[in-house]
Write a protein of this length. Structure first.
Length: 255
């Protein structure tokens, strides 16, 4: 699903990944396809498949940095309990999808919440939606960007259509970093209530990450948002050492 990109932007993203994965591929020698043994036909090389897969994920909003295979579940070993909760959610995603069940991932900044969301997106995007017989449609978006889009949608019909597709057309909507957005709190609260109400009415899952505990969500937003989260989400508390500072120390040790 290329929810956030134009066709041209998507094609450029495919080319970006081809430059990284296909050009130096030792199997297909940069062609992107390999001959089928015993036939005159060719099949797509794994490097080309990964280029298209990664481009689709980026076009759906997943951070490009987290598509590198070095970012995986093992990176979350300091959060074993929360990691197992999220992995189990993915393993049972069809059941969670039918139930409209999401996740509320919360904890202090730098603890790996966005990585968790990205790993969910990577794995769920490879699964088939039985309702359509095609892959699940995923959108990953920072709440700040979603709020900005809601303002732009008032005067731009194309943005309005895109916003409606994100809110109502995503099989799984991942809203990152709620609580760090700018703008008036009253507007942001009303808008988030609208998003969660529409998702609830459609019985489709939403994953939210935030530095706020559920109680702080209630204090800083509203009872309604708090209630939607408790009703439709499994709570995942992420703790441990600061993920970013740990990686920074590793980088400094290397250099």
């Amino acid at each position: 699903m290329k929810m956030l990109f134009t066709h041209e932007e998507y094609q450029n993203e495919v080319k970006r990944w081809q430059n990284r994965l296909v050009v130096n591929c030792p199997i297909c020698k940069g062609v992107g396809s390999v001959d089928k043994p015993g036939t005159t036909k060719a099949t797509m090389c794994k490097c080309q498949e990964n280029s298209i897969k990664n481009a689709r994920l980026v076009a759906s909003g997943v951070p490009r940095k987290y598509l590198d295979e070095s970012w995986n579940w093992d990176e979350l070993n300091n959060n074993e309990e929360s990691k197992q909760k999220v992995k189990k959610y993915v393993e049972n995603f069809q059941q969670n999808y039918f139930a409209g069940k999401g996740l509320y991932i919360y904890g202090r900044q730098g603890r790996g919440k966005s990585l968790m969301e990205s790993l969910v997106a990577r794995e769920v995007s490879a699964l088939m939606n039985p309702d359509r017989g095609s892959n699940y449609k995923i959108t990953f978006i920072i709440f700040e960007d979603l709020v900005k889009m809601s303002h732009e949608a008032r005067s731009d019909i194309s943005v309005s259509k895109k916003l409606n597709m994100i809110i109502e057309g995503s099989d799984l909507l991942i809203i990152d970093n709620v609580g760090s957005e700018t703008g008036t709190q009253a507007y942001n609260t009303k808008f988030l209530e609208l998003v969660l109400r529409k998702r609830d009415n459609s019985c489709v899952p939403t994953i939210i990450s935030s530095n706020y505990t559920p109680e702080q969500i209630q204090q800083n937003y509203s009872d309604t948002i708090h209630d939607f989260i408790l009703q439709n989400s499994e709570l995942v508390f992420v703790q441990g050492e600061n993920f970013r500072q740990k990686n920074q120390v590793i980088d400094e040790d290397i250099y």
